[in-house]
Design a protein around this ligand. Sequence first.
Ligand code: ME8
Length: 518
Amino acid sequence: MNKRFYITTAIDYVNGQPHLGHAYEKIIADVIARSHRTLGQEVFFLTGLDEHGQKVQQAAQAEGKSPQAYCDQLAADWQAFAKKLELTNDDFVRTTDPRHKEIVQASLTRVFNAGQIYKQTYSGFYSTKEETFLTDKDRRPDGTFDPAYGEVIELQEENYFFKLGEQQQWLIDYIESNPSFVQPDHRRNEVLGFLKNNTLEDLCISRPAARLGWGIPLPFDKDYVTYVWFDALVNYISIPAAHGDATILDALKSEVRNPKSEIELWPADIHVIGKDIVKFHAVYWPIMLKAMGLPLPKQILVHGWWQKDGAKISKSTGNIIDPIAVINEWGLDAFRFYVLRELDIGPDGNWTDAGFKARYQAELANGLGNLVNRSLSMLKRYRQGIVPAKHDELAADVAKATDETRALLKQNQLQSALQSIWGLVTRANQYVDQTKPFSLAKDPAQAKRLDEVLYNLTETCRVLAVLLWPFLPGTASKIYAQLGLTDVPDKLDAATWGRLPSGHAIGEPAPLFPRKDI
Ligand code: ME8
């Protein structure tokens, strides 16, 4: 059995509608998943929803619904959203799924039996909004707590704690000797700085059921539910376990076996997450896994946050982007293109409507769209849509873009890969301007030259579809359909020059990105 390339996203809190940040993260993961498929690997891509905890319980109460009814209703919207983005996820986890709950309980049992969980009275401060315990260290210089914590109450209660204290040094050593574990580098350095300059406090992993009922009961004490982050992180192993991943099932000695679909997934190859949840993924999660006897994920890939017009995206101030509205107006691929081309994985980004429209017009409508439309329209007009004899004037340019894209996809350098692909778009558009097929067509003595130019352009359009597949799957499919090709351009090997046979009849050209008055 071969281990599949296993990629995950953060699972989104279900208390609201998806926004640009959520969409961006899921699109990054989808492009990486598609890239590995196009490179010939078997892939498993997981995304989903974080449905337990106080935030969800309160949001449900505010709408007068039971938490489960509230989650079920919103989960339908989020699943529809995943479809809208054309995500190629292989499963969709909801933390209220019985298959997930079972593995959370098995994980807790494993860690408890390993002596890593103990009960203690806690007295101190608690932020209900963030569901987190605070200490005096969390106070600001003026003695108050950051407003992000919401109301902070004083509280005394018994809880279960997960031992983190003794785990600091091996984690530091691990991160130092595995530079690719947390990427980009500056995030890795932040984690190392945090671990070296702070003493890890044991993590409270329970909440009394009397205070917060909406969670997974602790298997060793039914008066408590599981802290939402312990529950949520386990999704990365609960779904592989549900698919019969032997590494996880063996470690958890769990009986959940599904012999029909045994696939090897763990360890994950990439967890894609945003910059605000690095500590949970790069500190707590590795320690949890070690306590369960499981290997660590290969990489935590951290993306930055989007702002709009230079300010925080916020529902309360109305500073939001509704991805669905943008997609309905401009098309999914225009949306995917803008977020991937505008923002590399790492830094923060700034959405502006003007920037979006400028990229649409210049790179999609006038760049790619114009190239494909004029190339295929000329073939239709001058050669009745029949592909002429092969020629290889653009073969070297195509090979260069293909090699670069292949190398960049392997390193998850999505923005750079798009730059390389657009280098080919620009080159091919220049080729039209230089060779002037519309002039050649007027001179019968130039018929052979016109054949050559038309072959070079048509074949370049075909290769572009192959290169674009991970990023703009709808556009790639449309290009193939307009070329009269019936297969899907989903394997990078198909980018080899000269695969378009002479004598082949193409389909009907149509604008890929209609020009808009903006
Ligand atoms: O944190 N720009 O859920 P969440 C880019 N349930 N990314 C953004 C963003 C923005 N403006 N706003 C949010 C949670 N994100 C937990 C995760 S994983 C086991 C549990 C990203 O709905 C954010 O960084 O608050 C995170 O990666 C994801 O959206 C979900 O955020």
